[in-house]
Design a protein around this ligand. Structure first.
Ligand SMILES: NC(=O)N[C@H]1NC(=O)NC1=O
Ligand SMILES: [Zn+2]
Length: 511
C-alpha cells in the first residue's frame, strides 16, 4: 500500500486549468495531495473515505466575490448561515461579503470586527470581507487593509438600502482622493459603475410622470449611465494608478472600454453576473421584481455580446451579486416595480447557470468557465494559490456535478433566507450533487448543508496580483476563438505598479 490519504475522489471528469480529464484526486489535511490518472490511486493507496465520481464532473469550488449577506442588523434580509448554505448547495466554497446593506456598513476596522464576529462559526464555507469607500472615510482605508479586506467597494450611484448611517455613493472628487489613497498602499477598488447624474435625473422625471413599471425602471438606468461611469472611472484610475475592478457590468460596450483600457496598461478587471448572461429586460417584465437589479437586465443582443466577450477572455470573472431582501420588499400588495428592492437572489445558481447556458448551450469550454468562476477571482483578490484551482497544494475545495440530471428549480430547493428567485421553475440539465470545502463535505444531495465550518481568509493589501496575472484566461479564451487579446507591454501598469514588496498569501490555515 502507498500513501495514506483522508479522501480519494475517484474516476471523476476533473476540470483542470488545461482542460477536463478523467482523474483521481487525493486529499490530505484539507489540501489536494495528488492528482493521478483515473483509477490509479484507488486500490494503490489507502484512504479513510472514497467518493466514486464516475460519470460526474469535478470542478474547483466557485469563488463568489460579490454577495450581500447584510449582517449586522439586516440579518433578517440575509445572514451568513443561510446565505453561505445557498452558496454551498450551488458549488461555491469561498465568498467575499460586500460592505453594504448591513449596518454599520464596513467602512472602518470596528465595523469589520463586528461583522467578522457575526460570521464566525456561522458560515458553511470559507469567506473574506470587502471594505467600503464612502464619503468621509478616506482615513479609515488603511486600517481596513491592515485587517485583511480583499479590496474596497464604492458606489458611483445611490446604493439604496435602509437605516441611519447606511452606505452612500461617492462623487468624483472623493472618488479620486479615495483612489489616490488606495493606490498608495497597493489596494484595489471595486466600483458599482452607474452615473448618479443620469439615473437620479431620470428616476425623478419618471416619478413625476407616474411611470413605475419594469420598462420604466430599465429606461431610468440606460446603458449610457454605465458607459459614462466606466469611462470616468478608467480616467481616474489612469491618473491615480489605482487598481480597479468593475462589478456587475451589464453591457458588452463597457467590457470593450475596459478591454481597451487594459491594452493601455491600466490595471483593471471586469465582472459580470449570471443574470446578465441568462435573463433579458423582457424576462424582467415577465418575472417581475424577483428579476429587478441594478444595472438592469438588458436586451438579447447585449446578453449574447457578453457571452462573446466571456469567450474571448475579456470578462475576467463571474459573481452572483446575491442581494436579497424580505419577501414583502419584492411582492407586497400595491408595491410598484420601481419601489421594489433592487437585487437578485442568485447565490445558489451561479455554477449551474453557467454550465447550462455556457457549456451546454454555447459550447464554452469548462476550463474557461472554471477560470471565470474560480481561478480568476481567487487570483485577483489575493486568495491564490490557495483557492480557485484543482492543483496539488491547493485547498480541496470542490464542486461535484452530475451532468446527466434534469430538474426544474423549486422554491423548496433554495437555501437562502427568502425564497424569491428569478430562476424558480427554470429547467437545468446538470446539478451540483456534492460540495467540499477543505476536503470536508459541506453539501450533499439528500443530506443537505453542514453549517458553521467555514473559516475567514485575510489578504494583505499588496498581495493582490496585478492584472497581468489574469492574461492566462485571455489566452485561453483567445485560443478558443483564435482571436487575440493583447496587452501593450510597459505602459501605464508598469508606471503604476506599487513599489510595496509582494507578500506571501495569508489565507487562514486549515483548522
Ligand atoms: N444595495 C445593493 O445591494 N445593491 C445591489 N443590488 C443590485 O441589484 N445591484 C446592486 O449593486
Ligand atoms: Zn452588489
Amino acid at each position: 500500500m502507498g500513501e495514506r490519504y483522508d479522501l480519494i475522489i475517484k474516476r471523476g471528469t476533473v476540470v483542470l486549468p488545461s482542460g477536463a480529464k478523467a482523474a483521481d484526486i487525493a486529499v490530505k489535511d484539507g489540501r489536494i495531495a495528488a492528482i493521478a490518472a483515473a483509477g490509479s490511486l484507488d486500490g494503490a493507496c489507502e484512504a479513510a473515505e472514497t467518493i466514486d465520481a464516475d460519470g460526474l464532473l469535478v470542478m474547483a469550488g466557485a469563488v463568489d466575490v460579490h454577495v450581500h449577506f447584510n449582517e449586522p442588523k439586516f440579518g433578517h434580509w440575509e445572514g451568513f448561515a443561510t446565505g453561505s448554505a445557498a452558496l454551498a448547495a450551488g458549488g461555491c466554497t469561498t465568498y467575499a461579503d460586500m460592505p453594504l446593506n448591513g449596518n454599520p456598513p464596513t467602512v472602518d476596522a470596528g465595523a469589520l470586527a463586528l461583522k467578522a464576529s457575526l460570521a464566525e462559526g456561522a458560515s458553511a464555507v470559507d469567506y473574506a470581507f470587502w471594505g467600503g469607500l464612502v464619503p468621509g472615510n478616506a482615513d479609515r482605508l488603511e486600517e481596513l487593509a491592515a485587517a485583511g479586506v480583499v479590496g474596497f467597494k464604492a458606489f458611483m450611484s445611490n446604493p439604496g438600502g435602509e437605516g441611519e448611517g447606511r452606505f452612500r455613493e461617492i462623487g468624483r472628487e472623493a472618488l479620486r482622493e479615495g483612489m489616490r489613497r488606495i493606490a498608495a498602499f497597493g489596494g484595489l477598488l471595486a466600483l458599482h459603475a452607474e452615473s448618479e447624474a443620469i439615473t437620479s435625473r431620470l428616476a425623478a422625471k419618471f416619478a413625476d410622470e407616474g411611470r413605475t413599471g419594469a420598462r420604466d425602471f430599465a429606461a431610468s438606468r440606460p446603458a449610457v449611465a454605465e458607459l459614462e461611469a466606466v469611462y470616468m472611472a478608467l480616467e481616474l484610475a489612469a491618473e491615480t494608478c489605482c487598481r480597479l475592478h468593475f462589478v456587475h457590468i451589464s453591457t458588452p460596450e463597457a467590457i470593450d472600454m475596459i478591454t481597451a483600457a487594459k491594452r493601455r496598461g491600466i490595471d483593471v478587471t471586469a465582472e459580470t453576473c449570471p443574470h446578465y448572461l441568462t435573463l433579458t429586460e423582457d424576462d424582467m417584465a415577465l418575472i417581475g421584481p424577483a428579476a429587478k437589479c441594478a444595472p438592469p437586465l438588458r436586451g438579447e443582443d447585449r446578453l449574447e455580446g457578453l457571452w462573446t466577450r466571456l469567450l474571448e477572455g475579456a470578462i475576467d470573472l463571474v459573481a452572483s451579486d446575491h442581494s436579497p431582501c424580505p419577501e414583502a420588499m419584492k411582492t407586497a400588495a400595491g408595491l410598484s416595480f420601481i419601489d421594489a428592492w433592487g437585487g437578485i437572489a442568485g447565490a445558489q445558481n451561479t455554477l449551474e447557470l453557467m454550465l447550462e447556458e455556457g457549456w451546454r448551450k454555447r459550447g464554452v469550454p469548462l476550463q474557461l468557465l472554471s477560470a471565470a468562476l474560480s481561478a480568476n477571482p481567487a487570483r485577483r483578490f489575493g486568495l491564490y494559490p490557495r483557492k480557485g484551482e484543482i492543483a496539488e497544494g491547493f485547498d480541496a475545495d470542490l464542486a461535484i456535478i452530475d451532468p446527466n440530471r434534469t430538474y426544474a428549480l423549486a422554491r423548496e430547493d433554495l437555501y437562502h433566507r427568502h425564497k424569491h428567485s428569478p430562476y424558480i421553475g427554470r429547467r437545468f440539465t446538470c446539478k451540483v450533487v456534492r460540495t467540499l470545502c477543505r476536503g470536508k463535505t459541506v453539501y450533499a444531495e439528500g443530506a443537505g448543508v453542514t453549517s458553521g465550518g467555514g473559516v475567514r481568509l485575510t489578504v494583505p493589501a499588496s498581495n493582490v496580483p496585478a492584472v497581468d496575472a489574469l492574461d492566462a484566461q485571455a489566452a485561453l479564451g483567445a485560443a478558443h476563438l483564435s482571436a487575440g487579446l493583447t496587452r501593450t507591454p510597459g505602459s501605464a501598469s508598469q508606471q503604476c505598479r506599487p513599489s510595496a514588496p509582494s507578500l506571501p498569501v495569508n489565507g487562514v490555515q486549515p483548522s
